[in-house]
Design a protein around this ligand. Structure first.
Ligand SMILES: *Cc1c(COP(=O)(O)O)cnc(C)c1O
Length: 397
């Protein structure tokens, strides 16, 4: 499906007749902007799929996270616990509210390290009548924002316990993990995004399903869902006379996007199935290769297999990740390293980062390989074969 015949891209959308069908229906109806039935249908469909009580669509996942933080009461100088291993967007949304992020390390699955998170709250903070006070900054920590990195579910059972104990709101960044769920424990059969006070999904072009951009805020709280709808729709108190009692935002999703989202959501299960098969195929093809491992899956969870991460150990594999990325690129195979760690990004150099060690280890070793749902079996084999050949020919000699 790629425009570039011999190129194997990292992650691209999978569009077929279904999208044309829904887009045509939308265009024919004349409802292309935010009014009309499509947005509502998409919201109901996402709520239906995930089992979330309420779903409110918005312009993108970043806007959704910002609204969720706002509705969790994050204000100027409040602190929010975030992972350093993440795309930058959720961290930035903390700053949009005037709040400050406090960075945590990752676990073996690149998700928030719950042991360090717990230790931080226990040792570095004190519970006061105003909430959890950070001893170093003297600011109140109001929330934690775990990110289900690459579609692997976080340890929500631990996170919810710690959050309850220390009176923190929980905003799940489930932008990468739509369709991932738990098979064990307190949240058995619950989807990522539906456990915290809020969860947010993204329909950006590189996510597991796309609406050509777009986001969805989910919550179990009716009042908060209504507030989210209100704030993302310009805070209209009287739409006829244009009365607005609060500062609202124009964060609405368009019907065209919703139509695309509806058609893509119908295929989510088949996408996850393909992703799982390709994950297994990669694992099998790369098995036993020295210095190279495919990132695993947390016990008691079913991921959505959004991204596949390789862990490259330079000493054993024969070259570092950067060189491997360039070599693969020269053969038309697109890969990406793990994000530059958030606590090292320029706007956040002054923010607190608590005992970060494992994140550095992964940061130097993780390489994400092609994972689109329209990847063919031959392409998966080609990627694996090329990785094996490069090891043999270039650096072993
Ligand atoms: C994609 C992504 C976002 C932002 O979603 P958009 O819809 O692109 O705004 C937020 N957090 C993470 C971890 C993401 O991967």
């Amino acid at each position: 499906m790629s425009k570039h015949k011999n190129l194997i891209p990292l992650s691209i959308p999978n569009i077929d007749d279904n999208e044309y069908k829904y887009l045509k229906e939308c265009l024919d109806s004349g409802w292309v902007s935010s009014a009309g039935p499509f947005v509502d249908r998409f919201e109901k469909a996402v709520a239906g799929y995930t089992g979330a009580k309420y779903a409110v669509s918005c312009i993108n996942g970043t806007a959704g996270l910002f609204i969720a933080l706002k509705l969790s009461g994050i204000k100027y100088n409040d602190e929010v616990i975030v992972p350093t291993v993440s795309f930058i967007a959720p961290i930035n949304t903390v700053r949009y509210t005037g709040g400050q992020p406090v960075f945590m390390d990752c676990d073996d699955y690149l998700n928030l390290d719950v042991d360090k998170f717990s230790r931080f709250c226990e040792k570095e903070c004190v519970l006061t009548k105003n909430g959890l006070k950070n001893k170093r900054s003297a600011r109140i920590i109001k929330a934690v924002m775990p990110v289900h990195v690459f579609g692997n579910p976080c340890n929500m059972e631990a996170i919810m316990k710690i959050a309850k104990k220390f009176r923190l709101k929980v905003i799940e960044d489930a932008t990468e993990s739509l369709g991932a769920y738990y098979t064990k424990g307190a949240y058995r059969n619950r989807f990522t995004g539906t456990i915290g006070d809020f969860g947010v999904y993204s329909f950006n072009g590189n996510k597991i399903i796309t609406a050509a951009g777009g986001g969805m805020i989910v919550t179990g709280n009716k009042n908060l869902a209504e507030r989210a709808k209100y704030l993302t729709n310009q805070a209209k108190d009287d739409p006829i006379n244009a009365v607005h009692n609060e500062v609202g935002y124009n964060f609405r999703l368009s019907s065209l996007q919703a139509a695309l989202g509806i058609s893509q959501l119908e295929k989510l299960n088949s996408f996850i199935k393909i992703k799982k098969i390709n994950y297994g195929l990669y694992k099998e093809e790369l098995k036993g290769m020295e210095g190279l491992e495919v990132l695993g899956i947390p016990d008691g969870t079913i991921p959505n297999y959004w991204f596949y991460s390789l862990i490259i150990e330079k000493e054993k594999y024969g070259c570092d990740r950067k060189k491997l990325m360039l070599e693969l690129a020269s053969k038309g195979i697109e890969t990406r390293p793990l994000w530059y760690l958030c606590h090292m990004q320029r706007p956040y150099l002054k923010n607190q980062a608590y005992s970060i060690t494992r994140a550095f280890w992964f940061w130097n070793r993780v390489l994400n390989i092609p994972c689109s749902t329209n990847l063919t079996e031959n392409q998966v084999r080609k990627v694996a074969l090329t990785i094996g050949e490069l090891k043999e020919t270039i650096w072993k000699s």
